[in-house]
Design a protein. Structure first.
Length: 304
């Protein structure tokens, strides 16, 4: 592993784009990052204000759809989460320590198969499985993606930057399919990720109109998936939410099943997990940006 990390450091150092100055903090872009068994990945790393001036070590936040986090020129829809501004606002509140943010770009047409939880996919059958297969041409690779994030990528981040690498200082956040991927990472790698933000999670996993007759099967799959993996809170935290407009209008029935599972497993709402509904909020980046300071303020709150 040591030789691999040394090699990866050298490769990424060569691929890094020039540092981009920000009013607060700065960005580094890595345009082509090889990852075994995956499409080439791309990263945007945000270093918080003051990083370069001291010796402090920082907790780390991994986020999916990294192209939509910081810079409008990289975004899909000319909308961004303004993640750096949300982090600074959370820090300014006094509730949150500054985090290094690792934005992992989505790999274009491979996004769906990279974010769909493999262990959930394996529980499905019939039309539901057929619909998932139709959305994941080439096969589901989220298990490889998770292995890469929790293994080589995290090892490189902890080597290249001044991090606090423990579980309690490592969070993962995403929206839509990225919300599913964040829950997947949290459940399958509880020793790595102590906090997860599953924002507007796309619980239908495919077009919800195509699986209306399969809702009961999918609810049962999500319930069983969480039941088998959730365990005790043990100091961990999970944020979940959704709006009520556009694609988010389909999420409430599934979210209610997931919420009930957290309660049944002994997780205390407001302390160990949160689930919120934003009336009128749509399934898009501006809606997520509007609530991101609140998400960070709860999810990443300093520990006593």
């Amino acid at each position: 592993m040591g030789r691999f990390i040394t090699l990866l450091l050298a490769v990424l150092a060569c691929l890094a784009a020039p540092l981009h100055a920000q009013d607060a903090g700065r960005l580094i872009e890595y345009e082509r990052v090889p990852a075994a068994g995956l499409p080439d990945q791309r990263l945007t790393v945000w270093l918080p204000p003051g990083y370069d001036a001291g010796e402090r070590r920082y907790p780390v936040l991994y986020m999916h759809d990294g192209h939509n986090l910081f810079d409008l020129k990289n975004s899909n829809f000319k909308k961004i989460w303004a993640t750096d501004k949300a982090m600074i606002a959370a820090v300014d509140s006094g509730k949150v320590e500054p985090h290094i943010i690792i934005g992992i770009w989505a790999p274009g047409a491979d996004r769906h198969r990279q974010y769909l939880p493999r262990s959930l996919y394996d529980m499905t059958s019939g039309n539901l499985r057929a619909q998932m297969d139709g959305m994941t041409s080439g096969g589901v690779i989220s298990d490889r993606y998770l292995e890469w994030i929790a293994g080589p990528l995290k090892a490189w981040v902890d080597e290249a930057f001044r991090t606090r690498p423990g579980r309690n200082d490592t969070a993962i956040v995403g929206s839509s399919m990225g919300g599913l991927m964040s829950c997947y990472a949290f459940l399958e790698r509880p020793q790595v990720f102590g906090r997860a933000g599953c924002v507007s999670s796309h619980w239908p996993a495919v077009d919800p109109r195509a699986i209306a007759a399969d809702e009961a099967q999918l609810k049962a799959a999500w319930d069983g998936w969480f039941a088998a993996r959730l365990g005790a809170p043990d100091g961990r935290r999970v944020w979940m939410d959704h709006g009520t407009a556009t694609l988010d209008q389909f999420y409430a029935p599934y979210q209610q099943v997931v919420d009930a599972r957290f309660a049944a497993a002994g997780w205390e709402k407001g302390r160990d997990w949160e689930s919120k509904v934003y009336e009128g909020a749509e399934h898009e980046e501006n809606a997520w940006a509007a609530r991101l300071p609140e998400i960070f303020g709860w999810l990443l709150v300093k520990r006593d």
